[in-house]
Design a binder for this molecule. Sequence first.
Ligand code: GDP
Ligand code: MG
Length: 598
Amino acid sequence: MDPRFIRNFSIVAHIDHGKSTLADQLLLKTGAITEREFKEQLLDDLDVEKERGITVKARTVALRYKHTDGETYELNLIDTPGHVDFHYEVSRSLAACEGALLLVDAFQGVQAQTVANAYAAIEQDLEIIPVVNKIDLPVTRIDDVLEEVETVLGLDPYGAVRVSAKKGLNIEDCLAAIVERIPAPQGAPDAPLRALVFDSKYDSYKGVFTYVRLKEGTVKKGDTIRFMRGGSDHDVIEIGQFAPLRKECKSLGPGQVGYILTGIKELDQVTIGDTVTHAGRPAAEALPGYQKPKQMVFCGMYPIDGRDFEKLRDEMQKLALNDSSFSYAPETSDALGFGFRCGFLGMLHMEIVQQRLESEQDVDLIQTAPNVTYEIEERSGDVYKIDNPQDVPDAGVIEEFREPIARVNFILSKDHIGPIMQLCADRRGEYKNTEYLGPDRAQLTYELPLAEIVYDMYDKLKSVTSGYGTMDYEVIGFKAADLVKMDIMVKGERVDALATIVHKSNADNRGRQLCKRLKKEISKHQFEIPIQAAIGGRIIARETISAFRKNVTAKCYGGDISRKRKLLQKQKEGKKRMRSFGSVEIPQKAFLSVLSTD
Ligand code: GDP
Ligand code: MG
């Protein structure tokens, strides 16, 4: 295929601005899918994605489009996740493109992740086509939105395409803009092969699909290829593209995007960011790869039924192979038994993994409250990172306790600036900058401890701005802070899985909140249960659960047996997610209550 007739592009957008709908609409208009398939949201095929309406794992699809110039073009749409946790996968996908459609909701306008995604595309030197979506909405602010695109992102609003992905309006304009404005890929077909591995997927029949974007050279069935970093050689059994179903082809040339099958059975043999070349005629140099994503949020995950431990280990291993940004390591807790300490890119990533483990793998989990990674410098000069509050050494040996700091961008209406500034001040934020997007909306920039963001920033932002404010963050480094480990004692005994790291200035506050919260979560027993928060040996807060045996059916006066059964069933389910600690039963929710603020 002549590279002049190839275009590689992504769609980037803030969540819910219509990326999946537009992608499907492009598939529909180019005949890749039918009207019925359009209605079923094709590109999001993992269960979790369907349920949550977000795209997690990047995917790619080749479209054939006949332009008004009479030529047929191959348009490779490379899907990207839209959420802040997945910057890594976004930049990975963008590296395989020459251009991007920047989709903006005609009413909501530029939002925090519009900005983050646009910057990621600018960083990769991509041609960006602004697309205003949802022009069919009864109320739109198209002119304001275009002004925001210009002032915040520095993009020319005159070239913006206006579409309705849902109704299929002006999709032709979009396709034409892709052909006319996104540069064709370059690269010589007879040069030594260099193909970038930007994704991989395991298939139980075919083995590992390696997704590649060819930069130079040509690859054919029967060739012997080499992974330049991995150093292994393999024979090509099949090559092809997804359109969106798998379609074999004879060869892939410069600029093309497709898959290679070599019969590799293990996902870990294929490294994302590696370069594929020919074993017989290797390229001199590999393409620049990707930086490994850094896990910033950690939590413990324990099977409720201890017998599920091995099963959980297997499932975690599978998951880690499929999602290189997820990590896990065995750990034990006095309170919870054998489990794993897991690392995630962010909070959403954590929730998705938990949901995947539970729904797809059928393991019930107890999850501890998430914490960020900390850096400790000891008096001895030793410097190391910890990702578990239980690993904090004695205060006496610590020279400096450092925490990750993030640069946070908020996009909100003018009226909400005051309350958000207050919120950031309460969370040890450092003000950086305000930029107006138009007369009513502004972008506010702060530097905040990542721990404070993980704690409750999203919820607070949503409640302060009635759901309209958005935020995005990026970790920029570590900074020393007055941090201490806070222990929780239930009936006189330390519950290791409830320990947290807190800032000294609000330790008392958090201690009191947490004890109150636990009092609510732990039901009454036949004996009194004191709950205490302590720093070092000092008790800073205390609550007591009085003795009482809860009888859930007591409120049903005889009669309604089905209601009684329901209540009992409910109680049983509630029990399931419970761990006995000493003689006290602590429900799953209690381990997460460290996070709540009310
Ligand atoms: P994504 O999160 O960016 O992938 O967004 P989706 O494609 O899942 O769309 C989010 C919501 O917006 C869905 O309920 C869509 O039906 C709706 N939507 C998408 N495009 C349009 C449009 O052009 N007009 C209207 N009115 N709604 C749209
Ligand atoms: Mg989507």
